[in-house]
Design a binder for this molecule. Structure first.
Ligand code: HEM
Length: 536
């Protein structure tokens, strides 16, 4: 017994010492862990306030299904908190208000592609490979995303590439104008085919690619206009014609740019079969990227479709709105036409320089910017790959969405004035009628997070070229009894996201052509170009 007691007493100090050491170690360990936790798990960061709906559990989901991302905007406009969370079914969503926007470019561990996957997986018919790639669950697929983003920047931003695209797009638009024979033009349909056709031909191999085919463009439009319907998980409810158009588009893309195992053979085939030497660039590099990542042929079709869905609908919607607004407002229409006529007179001996449009056609340019503000009411966002913090304070959990609706930015009276709800291009002009670059800086339509749209300069060039060519050629008036309806904050072409889609399509009457296409002066982008005007 005494031995046991001794043993016990004897062991007591040792045990106490051990406990003391352990507790110190544990304390240190806790300090280390706490610090680590602070950095990695954000124990000390603030969990944004959660906003529940009046109807528990299903409320947010029902509102979202009914209103799409404009529900996010509504919530932001009616909530004071700079950041808050909502739960939509199983999805955790953090909504971020304009006052925290300046921290968004620094947000780490987030990605754009998983969001694109959510938007397009079902509607574009992505297979397993592309879904895994866009989900970016591993480092390799994140690398592919970064690599592709770099390719887009290299392709669409340098002025030499811009000039290449602007020239080609202008020549396609001119030849489309030459083909207009009817007095009735369905403006939206015409602009879709001309603009998407031009950029498609410029990227997908000129006169040999799928975009040269009117039938392909008809199916592409039918399919893109119905992306939201195609997102329905209950496929038997989807109109068969939407599925058929998607099938035809996928088939044509598969035929147009094959996915051979042997790149050298592919190169030979391409040169022999299509002679497409001058536009190897982007698509070839993207195809190699997909192939190197082990993509099957369908994965390559998915990727092409993603590119079309990414670059087409926004420019399409915005350019159509531009034309609609000019047609809608007679005073604006007369002033813009005067600017364009003057531009032609001044440029008779030389060329129209797109980089000078803010100075030479300030009202046209201001109308374009106002279109981007007024109809750029979609929601930008990121998928949160790992726990992270915004502004060093607010916790964004792994596996959630960080979303920033644009409406609170673009309709903020404190920023745009009391007439923020009106469509008023003059807000982008100074009192003397010249373009005001400071106002343009307030636009957020090309991005808020770390990266911005690589096609933003090209988009502006495309819209300006289209407007200058169209209004130089035709005096358009609405068909009797048909007015241009300017519906605000409608859904985009690609479902809920993207620039709002113009409402019903309006058939306009085309009077005598004002100018023959052969009378056109050249459109160029001058060397000094872009940067000063077009940074948004
Ligand atoms: C008015 C027209 C357009 C608008 C409003 C627009 C807007 C945007 C926005 C908001 C993003 C996401 C940026 C981000 O959060 O990082 C984006 C991405 C992108 N845009 Fe545009 N865009 C337009 C036209 C174009 C055009 C004409 C092209 C190409 C010729 C283009 C190519 C792209 C590409 C490739 C991406 C993906 C970038 C990446 O993955 O890194 N966009 N665009």
């Amino acid at each position: 017994m005494s031995a046991i007691l001794f043993d016990f007493i004897g062991f007591l100090p040792i045990t106490l010492i051990l406990l003391a050491v352990l507790s110190v170690l544990h304390g240190r360990a806790r300090t280390v862990t706490t610090n680590k936790v602070f950095i990695e798990d954000h124990v000390d960061s603030i969990k944004p306030e959660s906003i529940s709906s009046q109807l528990p559990v299903l409320g947010h989901l029902i509102h979202y299904l009914r209103d799409g991302p404009s529900y996010f905007s509504r919530l932001c406009l009616s909530t004071r908190a700079p950041i808050f969370t909502i739960q939509i079914a199983t999805a955790k969503v953090t909504l971020i208000q304009p006052e925290l926007a300046r921290y968004l470019p620094k947000l780490k561990n987030v990605g754009l592609n998983p969001l694109a996957l959510d938007m397009f997986q079902r509607s574009l018919g992505f297979g397993k490979f592309s879904s895994a790639l866009l989900q970016e669950a591993d480092e390799a697929s994140k690398r592919v995303g970064r690599h592709a983003s770099r390719m887009f920047r290299e392709e669409f931003i340098p002025s030499q590439r811009l000039r290449h695209y602007a020239e080609r797009i202008d020549s396609y638009i001119q030849s489309d104008l030459e083909k207009v024979t009817s007095q009735d033009i369905n403006v939206e349909d015409w602009i879709f085919k001309s603009l998407i056709g031009s950029i498609g031909k410029a990227i997908w191999g000129g006169d040999d690619g799928p975009f040269v085919d009117e039938d392909f463009l008809t199916h592409l439009r039918h399919f893109l206009l119905n992306v939201r319907a195609l997102n329905n998980p209950a496929t038997w409810f989807i109109d068969k014609s939407f599925l058929e158009s998607r099938r035809i588009v996928r088939e044509r893309l598969a035929q147009s740019l094959s996915f051979e195992e042997d790149p050298a053979q592919g190169e030979r085939d391409r040169q022999e079969n299509h002679g497409r030497k001058d536009d190897e660039g982007l698509l070839d590099r993207l195809r190699t990227l997909c192939r190197d990542h082990g993509a099957p042929p369908e994965g390559w079709i998915d990727y092409q479709l993603l590119l079309i869905a990414g670059l087409g609908p926004n420019i399409m919607g915005a350019a159509t709105w531009l034309v609609y607004h000019i047609l809608h407002d007679q005073r604006l229409s007369a002033s813009v036409r005067r600017e364009i006529d003057h531009l032609h007179e001044e440029s008779r001996e030389s060329a129209i320089d797109l980089s000078e449009v803010p100075a030479t056609c300030p009202l046209l340019y201001a109308t374009w910017l106002e279109v981007l503000r007024f109809h750029g009411t979609f929601t930008l966002g990121r998928w949160v790959h790992e726990d992270t913090t915004l502004a060093g304070t607010y916790h964004l959990p792994k596996g959630s969405y960080a979303l920033a609706p644009l409406t609170p930015h673009h309709f903020d009276r404190a920023v745009w004035g009391d007439d923020a709800d009106e469509f008023r291009p003059e807000r982008f002009l100074k009192k003397d009628g010249t373009f005001d670059p400071d106002v343009k800086k307030k636009l957020r339509v090309f991005g808020l997070f770390g990266s911005v749209c690589p096609g933003r300069f090209l988009a502006t060039n495309m819209a300006m070229t289209l407007a200058i060519r169209l209004f130089s050629t035709f005096d358009m008036t609405c068909r009797p009894g048909e007015g241009v309806r300017i519906a605000k904050r409608t859904q985009g072409y690609s479902g809920w996201f993207g620039v709002a889609r113009p409402g019903d399509f309006h058939v306009c009457h085309e009077a005598e052509a004002r100018r023959k296409v052969t009378d056109y002066v050249e459109i160029i982008i001058h060397q000094k170009c872009q940067k000063s005007h077009d940074r948004t």
